[in-house]
Design a protein. Structure first.
Lengths: 244, 328
């Protein structure tokens, strides 16, 4: 399905959503990120959060601040957004970062590797190779601090979530759910099929920006061996390969 | 070393008005469940509105004030006692060094707030002092308080001879009136409900179930059914979103909600009614009443004006009191 013209809706008396339809596809998400980048460049001080998702951007705003100068906060933010939309060219290029994430697909980390491979009638090696063969787009971050929803995986390895979620999936686990792939930034309960693990700290509490992978990034997985995993040194690893 | 936890509570955390600007990377706002009570407690303690407070859940921690302070409790009433003497909520209390504060039972409400004059010394993380339990960040070591934790007061006051409940009181009744009526704005997927379910949502009663925490409150009512089986694509979620679960029941997202969600949204509780909803006991019945966005905004503004008035009055009275006891 194609991206539609943006529709503005209130979702709360302090939040407005701009929707580009209801499908998960790169074209729709491209429109989302064109607008998202535009909104960030023209951000108003009363906007507390600008949150991109698959087909929507949501702005959370401070009603009390806006009402000091306007009689209706929603109208005010809607006008601000409409002005920005009218100035955004649909063909406008978005400059996404390309980043690299090392992944060890060793069976000691790939808790669901064997099951997924068996079900998809491929070998575990093929599963890893197919997973690492694509450049993935980060559609949005959600669920946990820094959990990237990336897509889309090759149909040969797409798998629905496991029926009974695990109570603990370790930090760094790389999983597949449907056509999406993701990385657990923290130890957490979870239902994604775990096929590997990254030694990269994608969530670092002490960093000034704790979340490494940003919405809109293009991600490539770099297969590493267990030995490389164990001796991994983030300080010598080139995470961002191009920033345009 | 000012406030020591001498007995662990169940889920006490430090919170402020919330952590904003990081939801695009999945870091949710957190913040006090009952922002009004947080602000009232701060006003009574002579603080600014944004000062972090201790949010208490019953059974709450038993606390030892090792240094003197002016404190205030607001929100839920957990029948507080200082050294065995009952103390009221919504009043300023002068507390001598060595006082023990404990809580007997829930008289009313769910989340209580403790503010101290000048505030607590806490960890600042990404623009807020609120506790983020998922990231184990902010507040006090990013977790529930436990026995042995000792938190500093930022401000020192001279000692008091005895516990004194100061004679003024914050009148909070307008914030919590008609607790059974929760006003909502139409949700984006309200049209996904079939006709009889729309009627049930507008006219039926819903009960607050024990399945509730800082992430969400699950309700029990007549099961609601949909007129389609479309799947909602995950999109940003907010505090107060009323979502329809696959079993036909509702959940209302609270302060620790995930940043994105994929259940149909049938309504959105207005900001002005969040505090009274948050304080509804298990088993209480609520009804939803639809209002417009503009009404929601106006109610929030009017509520804020009342809060400002309380804050100004408290600041005056407290200023006079401090002068009279020559604290400064």
């Amino acid at each position: 399905m194609k991206a539609l013209d943006p529709v503005l809706r209130s979702v709360s008396e302090n939040a407005l959503t701009i929707s580009f339809g209801d499908s998960i596809d790169p074209e729709t998400n491209k429109r989302v990120f064109q607008l998202y980048n535009r909104l960030l460049k023209n951000r108003h001080t009363s906007w507390r959060d600008v949150i991109p998702a698959y087909s929507t951007v949501t702005i959370v705003y401070d009603v009390l601040t806006i009402r000091q100068t306007h009689t209706a906060a929603f109208q005010c933010v809607r006008d601000q957004v409409e002005k920005i939309i009218s100035e955004t060219q649909p063909e406008e290029n978005i400059s996404n970062r390309h980043v690299r994430v090392p992944v060890c697909y060793d069976e000691s980390f790939a808790w669901d590797g064997e099951r997924v491979a068996k079900e998809k009638k491929i070998s575990i090696r093929e599963l890893a190779a197919i997973h690492a063969s694509k450049l993935y787009h980060v559609f949005m971050i959600g669920f946990l601090p820094g959990f990237p929803y990336m897509g889309s995986v090759d149909a040969r390895i797409g798998m629905p979530r496991i029926a009974t979620p695990r109570t603990l999936v370790p930090t760094g686990s790389v999983g597949i759910a449907g056509e999406q792939t993701g990385i657990y930034p923290l130890d957490s309960p979870g239902g994604w099929n775990i096929i590997g693990k990254t030694p990269l700290k994608i969530f670092d509490l002490c960093a000034s920006s704790p979340v490494l992978i940003q919405p809109g990034d293009q991600v490539r997985f770099i297969p590493i061996t267990k030995e490389q995993f164990e001796s991994f040194d983030a300080s010598t690893f080139k995470f961002v390969v191009n920033e345009s | 070393m000012s406030l020591e936890v001498i007995k662990s509570g169940m889920a006490d955390t430090f919170q402020d008005a919330g952590r904003f600007g990081h939801q695009h990377v999945g870091i949710n706002p957190n913040g006090a469940m009952d922002l009004i009570a947080m602000n009232v407690a701060n006003a009574l303690a002579g603080n600014d509105f944004h000062e972090p407070v201790l949010e208490l859940c019953f059974p709450a921690s038993t606390l030892l004030c090792k240094k003197p302070s002016l404190i205030a409790l607001s929100g839920a009433n957990f029948t507080g006692e200082i050294n065995g003497t009952p103390i009221p909520i919504n009043k300023t209390i002068a507390v001598p060094a060595g006082s023990e504060l404990n809580f007997k039972k829930t008289a009313q409400g769910v989340f209580g707030y403790l503010a101290v004059h000048g505030g607590f010394s806490l960890t600042f993380w990404l623009g807020s002092f609120s506790t983020n339990m998922k990231a184990n960040a902010g507040g006090w070591k990013g977790r529930f308080l436990k026995k042995g934790d000792t938190i500093d007061f930022k401000k020192t006051v001279n000692n008091f001879n005895e516990i004194r409940v100061l004679p003024w009181r914050a009148n909070v009744s307008e914030f919590y009136s008609n607790p059974e009526i929760i006003r909502i704005i139409r949700g984006n997927e309200l049209a996904w409900l079939d006709e009889s379910s729309k009627k049930k949502l507008a006219e039926g009663s819903f009960i607050i179930t024990p399945l509730r925490d800082r992430m969400g409150y699950r309700l029990k009512g007549e099961s609601l059914t949909r007129n389609n089986n479309r799947e909602l694509i995950s999109t940003a979620a907010t505090f107060g979103t009323v979502q329809l679960l696959p079993d036909g029941q509702l959940i209302i997202l609270m302060a620790d909600h995930q940043t994105t969600g994929g259940y149909p949204r049938v309504g959105q509780v207005i900001g002005a009614d969040r505090s009274k909803l948050v304080q509804c006991a298990i088993g209480s019945e609520i009804k939803f009443y639809h209002v417009t966005i503009q009404e929601g905004e106006d109610l929030l503004i009017s509520q804020h004006k009342t809060l400002r008035q309380i804050q100004l009055t408290c600041a005056d009275r407290l200023g006079e009191f401090l002068k009279s006891v020559h604290e400064y």
